[in-house]
Design a protein around this ligand. Structure first.
Ligand code: TA6
Length: 322
């Protein structure tokens, strides 16, 4: 008689994409790749709320106090800021895409993709009549969330102007990505040295960053301008490095609220700032303008690797081989 192998139980075959509901009833899509990595995206906000490695460790920060209930945006993961980043305009902070219900896009127009990727979800946001009262434009926002075979998380946004009256529109945008870190004071960010930035804590004034990697000792809220396509977030204590690659998004925001601001944020625990860091590929300084029929594309690719990563080694190929 055949006996089951003693140690590893057979892995049940799980679908690469599954539609389910969170505890408060919000619908979400779960993506899984064969080596055990997973990701989750909520239809509310089109927001990625989980990215786990093959050991089941959560790589994104979501607050224990996050309110999974409209109209509040979910605190953590990857909120989509559109059609306005932050308070850089007259709309509500970070625009309205993060607190709207997105739909599943069953038949998205094709675009060049890695055919090895089997776990992905396509979402779409179109404005409601109410939205057009706030922002008088017609658009189609298509978001693809993909989990690559090696675990990389890839978000691609395609925004099309569908105005029928010939009017162009302009927007700013960010992937408000909240990484989970062991201890913010043990984290270093490389790739932003010597760049110009706008300081949200200093009347949005323009300054130039010093030449060393960024470390954290106080509240930070800076928009770095014309940032190269790769940034690394090195978590010494966790021995983990996140490599963030971007395309179509010239700027990168760095945000940590630190202790005082955390205390006044209803949906963030007083001490949780220690375990989060937002690094947000964005286009803020130069808004994107689209004429009717035109489409813009902005992509972000996240890799998480155990750090044998050394300072100054900003080549993801080397990181992956290292
Ligand atoms: O991207 C950084 C930022 O604009 C900060 O100014 C900070 O307030 C954060 O976003 C969170 O904004 P929220 O509206 O989600 O509280």
């Amino acid at each position: 008689m055949a006996t089951a192998s003693s140690s590893t139980p057979p892995t049940p075959h799980l679908p690469s994409m599954e539609r389910t509901k969170g505890p408060t009833g919000l619908e979400k899509l779960v993506l899984r790749e064969s080596r055990g990595w997973s990701a989750e995206v909520h239809l509310y906000g089109g927001q990625v709320t989980s990215w786990k490695n093959d050991h089941g460790e959560e790589l994104l920060f979501v607050s224990s106090k996050a309110i999974f209930k409209p109209p509040k945006a979910i605190r953590g993961g990857i909120p989509i800021c559109f059609p306005q980043y932050g308070t850089h305009g007259n709309l509500e902070k970070h625009g309205f895409a993060r607190n709207r219900f997105w739909a599943i896009d069953d038949n998205p127009p094709p675009f060049p993709v890695n055919t090895a990727i089997k776990a992905f979800a396509d979402l779409i946001l179109k404005p409601s009549e109410e939205d057009t009262k706030i922002w008088p434009h017609s658009f189609e926002f298509r978001l693809r969330v993909a989990l690559a075979p090696g675990g990389d998380l890839i978000l691609t946004s395609r925004i099309r102007n569908t105005n029928i009256d010939g009017r162009p529109f302009s927007f700013t945008f960010a992937y408000h990505t909240c990484f989970s870190v062991s201890d913010i004071s043990e984290v270093r960010v490389e790739g932003l040295e010597t760049l110009d930035y706008l300081d949200n804590l200093n009347a949005k004034g323009r300054f130039t960053e010093q030449g060393d990697a960024i470390v954290f000792e106080a509240e930070i809220d800076k928009i770095y301008l014309d940032v190269p396509s790769k940034v690394a977030i090195i978590d010494h204590e966790k021995k983990r490095t996140y490599v963030l690659r971007k395309d179509g998004l010239p700027d990168t925001v760095l945000w940590n609220p630190w202790d005082k601001r955390s205390k006044i944020m209803q949906d963030l625990g007083d001490e949780e700032y220690k375990h989060m860091l937002c690094v947000e590929p964005a286009t803020v300084e130069k808004p994107i303008t689209l004429k009717p029929g035109e489409e813009w594309k902005g992509k972000m690719e996240l890799t998480a690797v155990p750090s044998s990563y050394c300072s100054g080694q900003l080549d993801p190929e080397k990181v992956l081989q290292g």
